[in-house]
Write a protein that binds this ligand. Structure first.
Ligand SMILES: *[C@@H]1O[C@H](CO)[C@@H](O)[C@H](O)[C@H]1NC(C)=O
Ligand SMILES: *[C@@H]1O[C@H](CO)[C@@H](O)[C@H](O)[C@H]1NC(C)=O
Ligand SMILES: *[C@@H]1O[C@H](CO)[C@@H](O)[C@H](O)[C@H]1NC(C)=O
Ligand SMILES: *[C@@H]1O[C@H](CO)[C@@H](O)[C@H](O)[C@H]1NC(C)=O
Ligand SMILES: *[C@@H]1O[C@H](CO)[C@@H](O)[C@H](O)[C@H]1NC(C)=O
Ligand SMILES: *[C@@H]1O[C@H](CO)[C@@H](O)[C@H](O)[C@H]1NC(C)=O
Length: 819
């Protein structure tokens, strides 16, 4: 008796506890028979470590979805939604868990909007939990999973979540409304990006024009599964693979198919709770299929924007993928039709036929006499002709990429102004809203995300063309994620506040003179000497080999010296020599920096004593790009502008992997502290690399470095010092330089008639083993850097972009037409 009553009371207690539990700790799990309601903001489930939250997400004042989001990001980032297409009312709606494991979302009027379809007859003790991975799971007897949100992703894949034959990601806008892009397995079992138009789906990634071999994929592996691991590496059964730039453990990531059709891998920055892109399928957004719709053309302004072809007008400004319609109907009468010429433009697909080695006139006639032909692409030189029945996927590229020319049909007599021909200006001025001339470009918010902060335009710009390319570069070149993060923040204008910044500054230290005397064995090993001082080799306990530079002619106070050094101390870039610290003891002013065994570029390039290394083409290109990056960083990305003033091969050091590191930056200011600008009274650079403004009375700007870079670039191509090319010993370096650059300029202009000239110019030691297109573009860049008029020289940022794009041009997958 006693025993059974005890058992009964403990049973009672137990049931009481069980029934109380939902109310006590509804935050950890949802048990059968209980519900989450939309009104109570506390009615949410948290994952155990608090990373994810599950509950009602308000997409507008009256509409909510049942969703999972990151708890820790500054903007609410939804990773899954049950009912994106059918939001529920923000009052009276709830989600219930039944004892059979079914989860039901009911609108305010009791209408079932969504159900997980899990209904198990003998489910046992059912509960719903949000797992640490961000997976909402309904668990039954023994923890068996009856249903999980990971099986029905929306636009995001979380680490360890699998994409399978039966699942796909669909792009969504900020209201979580699905767009027309999806990420799924195609009928060859290849993981692909699709543009799902009304009746037809286009695959646009991997590049459909590439062979299966070039794609690096494996067809028909029926496993059909892919996942991102916790380290940031994605691998699928078709061998589709990519890796986050910040590869490694402990970082929160998500793979999202964004509304603009680009698949991006994001990492959460713990410090400011924002997202950084660490991989993306399309560095150049215009290559996403259907971005601008029918008759629309994607242009880089440099932010990707949509324009209509001449004679066409926007259908719906709020939805650029609807494209453009003709302003007047185009007649079938041959007499009433004309062609508008769009240089460097192409439209994708819908080729009615293809002709090769035909004349432009032939191609024109072909299109003219076919009423269905809307226009044609013509490739000068090779004579390829592609008449098109529909104009979609229009994209215009920068001038130097070898795209064809597009001719589209317009009514006879329609005046087509040059200004109405869409032209990409990736290197031009950044887009600024100007009602006069630029309103023909329609800058869409391709991502359709809310931009809350005032740096909105920069945010968009970040996703734009230039920085996107930079990013992709970063990914490919394998620059650390740290730099990537900094780039991102820099663009958002908050860089100086981040912790990494302090970390760098703290690594910078002051050395005692005695310490350096010991390290250099009383300044015994001289590495080199220049106008700014003598460099000695030294060995420090914590840094290993270092270069110790005794600065000459420092006649500024210690305070000023330190101020300058505080600038130098913040400079950290893979293409700049790292300055470890300084010494300022009594009269001594000394800089301690990285030391490179390979020495400087001049030794290797000009083959003076002991150079066994012959720089190959790719190495030269990489050096050019690295130097450009380093200078661009100095000019544009540091908190203070730093003009180098003495760019020359002697100041470009090469590490063991031949990565260039610019030395001696920041010294111009140290040595010669002009008040407003640099003190022009003293020429700082080196003969043969001096921009004309040094000898004129113009103020010195960053463009002097651009000029010197132009010389270095030319020397990388030629393999000799330009100023030594004069036959006559007495000729001034400046005159030789002028002569060489004029010659190259002439050759570039007569390029078509005499295409082989370039081989005569390139370093003969390469034995013709170079990339012609890259060489030409580098030549052109070099000449534009050497413009007498500094305003006509590009910025270093421009130079980087040109080189980066050139890398792409030679690559296999970025060409608009690979055929
Ligand atoms: C939300 O619903 C209320 C009541 O139905 C209505 O008055 C209000 O206009 C709605 N708000 C919006 C933004 O739709
Ligand atoms: C549940 O089944 C219905 C009807 O078959 C279907 O429309 C719905 O998509 C299913 N829901 C889930 C989450 O699979
Ligand atoms: C799409 O399908 C409809 C109806 O089947 C058809 O009339 C239309 O021509 C199709 N459009 C295209 C672009 O194929
Ligand atoms: C198919 O993919 C799975 C998973 O990636 C892999 O284990 C398997 O070896 C693949 N099969 C073939 C034939 O490549
Ligand atoms: C899969 O990809 C890796 C690297 O991308 C490549 O080395 C390997 O050969 C590929 N496997 C197949 C079967 O193509
Ligand atoms: C073009 O032709 C269609 C039908 O042939 C007609 O409905 C339309 O109004 C015409 N548009 C213009 C701008 O003339």
């Amino acid at each position: 008796m006693n025993e059974s009553s005890a058992a009964a009371s403990s049973y009672l207690l137990l049931t009481l506890i069980i029934h109380l539990l939902p109310f006590v700790s509804a935050h950890d799990f949802l048990s059968a028979g209980s519900s989450l309601s939309v009104e109570h903001s506390s009615d949410v489930l948290h994952s155990q470590d608090g990373t994810f939250t599950c509950g009602f997400y308000r997409i507008s004042p009256n509409a909510s979805t049942f969703s999972i989001w990151f708890s820790g990001s500054s903007e609410r980032t939804v990773v899954w939604s049950a009912n994106p297409l059918h939001p529920v009312y923000t009052w009276g709606s709830k989600v219930e868990l039944d004892a059979d494991g079914s989860m039901v979302l009911k609108d305010y009027n009791g209408q079932i909007v969504w159900t997980n379809n899990a209904s198990v007859s003998d489910a046992g003790h059912v509960q719903a939990r949000l797992l640490g991975t961000g997976n909402l799971a309904v668990e039954g007897r023994g923890g068996a999973i009856l249903w999980q949100s990971f099986d029905s992703p929306t636009d995001t894949l979380l680490p360890t979540q699998r994409i399978t034959a039966s699942t796909k990601l669909v792009s969504t806008n900020r209201l979580l409304v699905p767009g027309h892009y999806s990420f799924r397995f195609d009928d060859q079992y290849l993981l692909s990006l699709f543009d799902d138009e009304k009746n037809i789906s286009f695959i646009y990634w991997p590049n459909p024009r590439m062979t299966i071999w070039a794609k690096g994929r494996v067809q028909f592996n029926s496993t059909m599964s892919g996942a991102l691991d916790t380290l940031g590496h994605f691998l699928a059964s078709d061998n589709a693979t990519f890796t986050a730039a910040d590869w490694g453990p402990g970082i929160m990531r998500r793979l999202t198919l964004d509304y603009d059709g680009n698949l991006r891998l994001y990492s959460l920055n713990v410090a400011d709770r924002t997202w950084s892109v660490t991989w993306m399928a399309f560095p150049q957004l215009c290559n996403v299929h259907g971005l601008c719709g029918e008759n629309g053309i994607c242009v880089y302004t440099p932010v990707p924007a949509c324009a209509c072809a001449p004679g066409f007008e926007v259908i719906d400004p709020s939805e650029r993928s609807k494209g453009c319609r003709p302003k007047t109907n185009i007649s079938c009468d041959v007499e009433k039709v004309d062609f508008a010429k769009l240089p460097h433009t192409d439209f994708l697909g819908y080729d009615m036929t293809a002709h090769h080695s035909v004349s432009l006139d032939f191609c024109k006639k072909e299109c003219l006499h076919d009423c269905n032909c809307k226009g044609f692409a013509y490739w000068e030189g090779i004579g390829d002709c592609y008449p098109k029945s529909v104009l979609v996927g229009g994209v215009t590229l920068q001038n130097f990429a070898s795209t064809g020319t597009m001719y589209i049909k317009i009514p006879n007599g329609l005046q087509v102004l040059d200004a109405s021909i869409p032209q990409s200006q990736p290197f031009g001025p950044k887009y600024s809203p100007d009602c006069g001339t630029t309103n023909r470009y329609f800058i869409a918010d391709f991502l359709d995300k809310l931009k809350r902060d005032h740096s909105g335009s920069k945010y968009l710009y970040f996703y734009g063309f230039l920085s996107a390319i930079f990013l992709a570069e970063v990914v490919f070149v394998g620059l650390g994620w740290f730099i990537l993060r900094r780039e991102y923040r820099e663009l958002r204008g908050v860089w100086p506040a981040e912790p990494g910044y302090e970390m760098i500054a703290n690594h910078f230290r002051r050395y005692a003179y005695r310490e350096l005397v010991t390290a250099t064995r009383k300044f015994k090993d001289e590495l080199g000497r220049g106008a700014s001082g003598i460099v000695y080799k030294g060995v420090l306990e914590d840094k290993g080999a270092v270069a110790v530079k005794k600065l000459a002619e420092i006649n500024q106070s210690e305070e000023e010296f330190r101020h300058e050094l505080s600038v130098i101390s913040m400079i950290n870039h893979m293409n700049l020599v790292r300055v470890w610290g300084y010494c300022s003891d009594g009269p001594h002013r000394i800089l301690v920096s990285e030391c490179f065994e390979n020495g400087s570029l001049d030794k290797i390039l000009f083959g003076s004593k002991g150079s066994e290394i012959l720089l190959g083409w790719k190495q030269r290109f990489d050096i050019a790009l690295g130097v450009a990056r380093g200078l661009a960083y100095l000019h544009h990305e540091c908190s203070e502008w730093v003009i180098h003033c003495d760019v020359k091969p002697e100041n470009i050091l090469l590490d063991e992997n031949l990565v260039p590191k610019i030395a001696d930056f920041g010294l111009a200011k140290l040595l010669n502290r002009g008040r407003s600008n640099l003190n022009v009274s003293k020429i700082q650079g080196t003969r043969g690399y001096l921009a004309p403004e040094w000898v004129s009375s113009l103020p010195i700007t960053a463009k002097v470095d651009v000029y010197s870079f132009g010389v270095v670039l030319l020397e990388l191509l030629i393999g000799a010092r330009v100023s030594n090319m004069g036959n006559d010993e007495d000729v001034e370096a400046e005159m030789v330089l002028g002569r060489v650059s004029r010659l190259v300029k002439e050759k570039l202009q007569s390029d078509d008639t005499e295409p082989s000239w370039i081989a005569d110019f390139i370093d003969s030691r390469l034995n013709g083993d170079f990339n012609n297109l890259q060489a030409r573009i580098m030549m052109r860049l070099s000449i534009s850097c050497l413009e007498e008029d500094r305003d006509r020289r590009p910025t270093m940022e421009n130079a980087v972009q040109i080189l980066v794009l050139t890398e792409d041009v030679s690559g296999a997958n970025v060409m608009v037409r690979a055929t």
